[in-house]
Design a protein around this ligand. Structure first.
Ligand code: ATP
Length: 331
C-alpha cells in the first residue's frame, strides 16, 4: 500500500480532507495515509506550527496531500507554507487553470498553467523595521532559482506538448532582480527552440488575462507575481473552490489547492472540496495511479455535469452532500 503524508490543515482543511479521503477510498484505491497535524492548533503542545515530524514524514513518503494551514498573524512564526516549500526545496509551484464541465465562466477554452517560483523573491523572509514609520522587505532573486524554474517551465511545455512559455516580470521597475529573472528566461529559452516565447510585464498580463485568457499557454514568473496571478486565473475557471496546485522539487511533491483556509466557512459544511480533490487527482497521476485518477476525475466531472454544486458555484449542496454525489458517480 502506498504511504502518503496527509496534512489536514485548519479552517476548512479537515472538512475537505475528510471528503477527499472518502472519495479516494470509495474509488477502490487503498492508501496508507500518514496524517500529520500542523498550524495554529499544534503550537501550544509542540511550540511550532510546523513540527519536524511533518517534514520527516514527507521526506520518508516523498509525496504529501496538503490542506490549507493558517500561520497565526502577529506571532513570531514564519508561514508554514513558505517554510515547508523551502525546507523540502519544492521549487516549482504548478497551478493549472482549465475550464471545467458545466461551470459557467466568462471565457471558454481557457487552458493555461501558472508556474510560480516557490523559494525566494519577497518570501525569502528578509524583512525589518527601519524605524517606527518605515519597513523593508527584501526581494531576493538568484540566478540558480530563476534558471531552474525557467528550465522547469520549458521542460513542462515540452512534456505536455505546449506551444509557448510566457515570462511575466516587472523588469522595467525592478531592473536588477526581475532583470536577472528575465535574463535567465532568455538563456534557457535558447535550449528549447521549438517552444515559442513571450515576455510580458505582469500588470499588462493581468489586464490581458481578464480580456482574453485563451491566448496564454504556460506562464512562468517569480514567487509573488505567481501568487497573485494564480488567484486571478482561479477566478477565470470558477474560483478558488476549483483551483488546484502542486509544489514540486527534486526530493518530493506536495499537492495542495490554491486557496487558503477560508476561516469564514470553517465548520459550516459549506466548503467546496473540488480544489483539493483535483490536486489529489494530479497526485495520483504523479504516483502512477492513473487508472484511479481518471476514475475519480470522471466522477467529479459527471457531478458537475449533473449541476450538483456547492454554494460557491451557485449550488445548494453541502460539503458532505457534494462528497456523496461524487461517490455515487464512481459506481
Ligand atoms: P491565503 O492568504 O492563505 O491564500 P486568503 O485569506 O487569501 O488565504 P482564502 O482562504 O484562500 O483566502 O479564501 C478566500 C475566500 O474564498 C474565502 O473566504 C472563501 O469565502 C472562499 N473560498 C476559498 N476556498 C474555498 C473553498 N474551498 N470553497 C468555498 N469557498 C472558498
Amino acid at each position: 500500500m502506498t504511504a502518503i503524508t496527509l496534512i489536514n490543515g485548519d479552517g476548512i482543511g479537515p472538512e475537505i480532507c475528510d471528503s477527499v479521503v472518502k472519495i479516494i477510498e470509495a474509488s477502490g484505491l487503498k492508501i496508507d495515509w500518514d496524517v500529520q497535524t500542523a498550524g495554529a492548533d499544534v503550537i501550544e503542545d509542540e511550540g511550532t506550527p510546523l513540527p519536524p515530524r511533518v517534514l520527516e514524514s514527507i521526506k520518508v513518503n516523498k509525496v504529501a496531500l496538503k490542506a490549507p494551514v493558517t500561520t497565526p498573524i502577529g506571532r513570531d512564526f514564519r508561514s508554514v507554507n513558505v517554510q515547508l516549500r523551502r525546507a523540502l526545496d519544492l521549487y516549482a509551484n504548478v497551478r493549472p487553470c482549465k475550464n471545467l464541465p458545466n461551470i459557467k465562466t466568462k471565457f471558454k477554452n481557457v487552458d493555461l498553467v501558472v508556474i510560480r517560483e516557490n523559494t525566494e523573491d519577497l518570501y525569502a523572509g528578509h524583512e525589518h523595521k527601519i524605524d517606527e514609520n518605515t519597513a523593508e522587505t527584501i526581494k531576493v532573486i538568484t540566478r540558480k532559482a530563476s534558471d531552474r524554474i525557467c528550465r522547469y517551465a520549458f521542460d513542462y511545455a515540452t512534456r505536455y506538448k505546449r506551444k509557448e512559455v510566457c515570462v511575466a516580470t516587472k523588469a522595467n521597475i525592478c531592473k536588477l532582480s526581475d532583470g536577472l529573472f528575465l535574463e535567465c528566461f532568455r538563456n534557457v529559452a535558447k535550449e528549447f527552440p521549438k517552444i515559442n516565447t513571450r515576455e510580458i510585464l505582469v500588470d499588462n498580463l493581468c489586464m490581458q488575462l481578464v480580456q482574453d485568457p485563451t491566448v496564454f499557454d504556460v506562464l512562468v514568473m517569480p514567487n509573488m507575481y505567481g501568487d497573485i496571478v494564480s488567484d486571478l486565473t482561479a477566478g477565470l475557471i470558477g474560483g478558488l473552490g476549483v483551483a488546484q496546485g502542486a509544489n514540486l522539487g527534486l526530493y518530493g511533491a506536495v499537492f495542495e489547492p490554491v486557496h487558503g483556509s477560508a476561516p469564514d466557512l470553517k465548520g459550516k459544511n459549506k466548503a467546496n472540496p473540488s480544489a483539493l480533490l483535483l490536486s489529489a487527482i494530479e497526485m495520483l497521476r504523479y504516483i502512477k495511479e492513473d487508472k484511479y485518477a481518471d476514475k475519480i476525475e470522471k466522477a467529479l466531472f459527471k457531478t458537475f455535469e449533473a449541476g450538483e454544486f456547492t454554494e460557491d458555484l451557485g449550488g445548494k449542496l453541502s460539503t458532505t452532500e457534494f462528497t456523496d454525489a461524487v461517490i455515487a458517480k464512481l459506481k
